[in-house]
Design a protein around this ligand. Structure first.
Ligand code: GLV
Ligand code: MG
Length: 318
């Protein structure tokens, strides 16, 4: 598995217009925060929200969280001013800019070039600020491969289910929930399409929000579906969803232990001392090079989540 960078099991949305929530978010155990200038902020509140965000990025204590700002999309009049104000004001304390409703590679390239100009002018390291691309309409999904490849700054491809459902006229008002009239998972194709583009270009794939914030079981159910496919994390809108996301997007302890065991056993058996074997039995399970790769995925997720193993491999005595 490719190295996918900083963990993003839980990505906490915080409206840039709420000074109170911008303060509270700092102490919450999310892997990432994104400070929103887009849909959670009313048009008249956007100029003040930019100022609030610059202030909390510079003065807040984000305790190692990935710090992201979501700007407005490029069909609005606000995007350029969002990017300029936030990067000029707090570029050194910002990890990524999230671009919503991305439709094609040129929109990502616009952001890449704008960031490069700002970084050069401000004396910041060129290329350090990453880009998160939100897929929220048919054009974005059809062009997701070129979007993922549009700039080395792209770190994540995010599914924006609410806007996506609206843009394709999906007949449902409950984001992420299954639709009784449809005999399957209506999001499966979209999630898989995003995941393939992300994996092809070594980006993280992130699932979007679940709006019923008091229904944590419902959140878990939706999150488990994208986690099972291989998604790296999900947006969270409420403190109660953070713990659930951190748990669902980390491997179960037994799976993590098993993955580490396979890696150790495989290393031993392929070595000179272990007999230079390519395929061996570990308990009742046949393991080979492909098993090692699968185990690496689970082990990497567990290590990134800070898990510790509770068992170890002992080579059989000769
Ligand atoms: C998020 O932005 C969404 O539209 O779901
Ligand atoms: Mg959206």
């Amino acid at each position: 598995m490719a190295a996918l960078g900083r963990p993003r099991r839980s990505c906490l949305a915080v409206p840039g217009s709420s000074v109170k929530m911008l303060g509270k978010a700092q102490g919450l155990p999310a892997d990432q925060v994104f400070l929103d200038l887009e849909d959670a902020v009313a048009p008249l509140a956007k100029p003040d929200a930019r100022k609030n965000i610059v202030a909390v990025l510079n003065e807040g204590d984000w305790a190692g969280k990935t710090r992201v700002v979501r700007v407005n999309d490029l069909t609005t009049p606000w995007t350029y001013r969002d990017v300029i104000d936030v990067v000029e004001g707090a570029g050194a304390n910002l990890d990524c800019v999230m671009l919503p409703k991305v439709q094609n590679a040129s929109q990502v390239q616009w952001l890449d070039l704008t960031l490069t100009q700002l970084e050069r002018t401000l004396g910041l390291e060129v290329g350090r600020i990453g880009i998160e691309a939100q897929i929220e309409n048919a054009a974005g999904l059809v062009n997701v491969d070129e979007i993922a490849a549009a700039s080395p700054r792209v770190e994540t491809i995010i599914f924006g289910p609410a806007d996506f459902m609206a843009s394709i006229n999906m007949r449902s008002l409950t984001v992420g929930a299954l639709i009784p009239e449809y005999p399957g998972d209506p999001y499966h194709y979209i999630l898989m399409r995003i995941l393939m583009a992300a994996r092809m270009h070594d980006k993280q794939a992130i699932d979007g929000p679940f709006l019923q914030i008091r229904d944590v079981d419902g959140f878990r159910e939706v999150a488990r579906r994208s986690a099972a496919l291989g998604f790296d994390g999900k947006w969270v809108l409420h403190p109660a969803q953070i713990e659930a996301a951190n748990e669902v997007y980390s491997p179960a302890q037994a799976d993590y232990d098993h993955a580490e065991l396979i890696l150790d056993a495989y290393e031993h058996y392929t070595s000179e001392a272990g007999g230079r074997l390519g395929a061996v039995l570990l308990g009742d399970e046949m393991i080979d090079e492909a098993s090692r790769k699968m185990a690496l995925v689970i082990a990497a997720k567990g290590r990134a989540a800070g898990m510790t193993r509770t068992s170890s491999f002992t080579p059989p005595s000769q």
